[in-house]
Ligand binder design. Sequence first.
Ligand SMILES: *[C@@H]1O[C@H](CO)[C@@H](O)[C@H](O)[C@H]1NC(C)=O
Ligand SMILES: *[C@@H]1O[C@H](CO)[C@@H](O)[C@H](O)[C@H]1NC(C)=O
Ligand SMILES: *[C@@H]1O[C@H](CO)[C@@H](O)[C@H](O)[C@H]1NC(C)=O
Ligand SMILES: *[C@@H]1O[C@H](CO)[C@@H](O)[C@H](O)[C@H]1NC(C)=O
Ligand SMILES: *[C@@H]1O[C@H](CO)[C@@H](O)[C@H](O)[C@H]1NC(C)=O
Ligand SMILES: *[C@@H]1O[C@H](CO)[C@@H](O)[C@H](O)[C@H]1NC(C)=O
Length: 538
Amino acid sequence: MRVTTASLVSTSLLLGQASALPHYHEGTKFFYENGTQFYMKGVAYQQESAAGGASTGSTKYTDPLANTAACKRDVPLLKALNTNTIRTYAVDPDADHSECMKLLDDAGIYVISDLSEPSLSINRDDPKWNVDLYKRYTGVVDNLSKYSNVIGFFAGNEVTNNNTNTPASAYVKAAVRDTKAYIKTNVNRWMGVGYAANDDPDIRAQIAYYFNCGNQSDAIDYWGYNIYEWCGSSTLQDSGYDKQIEFFKNYSVPVFFAEYGCNLPNGADGRIFEETTALYEKEMTDVFSGGIVYMYFEEANDYGLVSVKGSSASTMKNYDALKTRMASVAPSATAMDSYKPTNSPASCPELSKSWAVKGGTLPPTPDSNLCDCMYSSLSCVPADSTDAKDYGAIFNYICGAAPAACAGINGNTTTGVYGAYSMCNPKQQLGYVLDQYYQSQNSAKDACDFKGKAVLKSGNAESKCSSALSSASSVNSIAATATSDVGGGTSGGSAGAATSSNAAVAGGPMRGLFGLGELAVGLYVVVAMGVGAGMVLL
Ligand SMILES: *[C@@H]1O[C@H](CO)[C@@H](O)[C@H](O)[C@H]1NC(C)=O
Ligand SMILES: *[C@@H]1O[C@H](CO)[C@@H](O)[C@H](O)[C@H]1NC(C)=O
Ligand SMILES: *[C@@H]1O[C@H](CO)[C@@H](O)[C@H](O)[C@H]1NC(C)=O
Ligand SMILES: *[C@@H]1O[C@H](CO)[C@@H](O)[C@H](O)[C@H]1NC(C)=O
Ligand SMILES: *[C@@H]1O[C@H](CO)[C@@H](O)[C@H](O)[C@H]1NC(C)=O
Ligand SMILES: *[C@@H]1O[C@H](CO)[C@@H](O)[C@H](O)[C@H]1NC(C)=O
């Protein structure tokens, strides 16, 4: 069982390589392999990792695809709702998912999953795309790619969520690029990589265009919208859905609701799902490919369809409302044979007060070999006993005293200048910065001390490393003075020090859980978005 997109077939035919994977992604619709159009009839399926609103800094999450008993309990209820897709927010790449995936497959249910988890995600306030995140993302791809009912992934969920944190989108787009490339090299079938966005009026157009613009190897395969603007009884006009239809009419990849289901005015159980009916009617289906109801589990945020206690699950009133709606939707289907995509990718947005990301240049691809080579070549490194929470102070000191030392680990999304080691992990970056500082002080012994937090070692540049190290070094010396486009592209470095926060887990309107990055000491971010506020912001 698998879903594909028009491009898989049409591009292959154009290139005359029926078995080749698509290089470019065109077309705004999803299709089954047999050529029938596919509409997502989805439900978000992941328990909150912490009670809603609790910013404990806990990084624990419950992998919804690793609990066979829960899948046995829940899959029949999902199937009875006519669900054909679940969205999961954090899965464990080392867990065994085979039983849940089989139960889902047998029920005709696909999976679309976020790639991050609370402690390994792109942090909107301190964004990175580094070797630790790359390992996490590709680990999830490895583990889920063997199941044919996986449609694809989200490289981020509401990471940039307003005009104060647009730089994070550069790092998410680099993650899109690298995850797509990884799939293309390692997986013998199409799986998509997209982004799930909130709806913020200040950046609505820029962010949608940004993820779609430029080289299509770097661009999203689909756009997911988390949208809560139809509450109770409404209309296409009052909910602003009509403006979304208008906006996405000329978008070049599929668009669907990655979350929907406003719980106003009467809580989860007061939901009547009028918008579900609208979503599968012609005005919407011309442009949208269905959507994912938020969410299966009734929890503190009150968006559930089913109340779960231990091994028992009881469906709620709004489950029945959704079931009735779903049973009667009949979206008109375009046949793949007669479908000719006509839309083209957007142009990248201009830099402006509300968009601080240059199109075209992305942070570099994480390369752990290069980082390892760099680290072993260093003479001054963090002492083994140095705690990650001490890193920040040392970075601040050195980057303040000797800014050039830090050019190799920094990234600037408005200029498109990225140090070659901006994609290494925090310890490797600290080593690089310590060593740069030490060298800049003519290798004075006391320049590698920092109260015992740094130590000397013998630098050992292996010969297999020399050419990579010398290109990185030239990128970094240009980056130290450059004002545009250095170090980005397909390899080199991105991202600075910490990872984490704003993971997709608990993608709902009350995002309760935020991980703490190694360096993000004391960073508690509680997002209480105003979504669901029935307001037409368009
Ligand atoms: C194609 O496959 C889907 C999913 O199995 C099925 O619902 C649909 O009826 C099939 N279409 C045709 C024309 O056989
Ligand atoms: C996923 O992880 C489980 C548990 O380690 C392992 O059994 C399984 O082989 C992994 N699957 C893949 C495709 O890596
Ligand atoms: C932007 O989003 C951040 C994180 O959610 C929030 O803290 C901040 O208040 C928002 N700023 C504006 C201007 O909305
Ligand atoms: C787009 O990116 C791919 C992968 O990095 C590259 O091979 C290709 O040459 C690029 N295409 C253009 C038109 O720049
Ligand atoms: C879609 O149309 C709008 C308005 O004409 C235009 O600004 C935008 O660039 C177009 N987008 C694409 C992807 O062509
Ligand atoms: C990026 O570079 C520009 C131009 O040099 C500078 O004005 C801006 O402060 C830099 N941004 C960051 C986040 O360092």
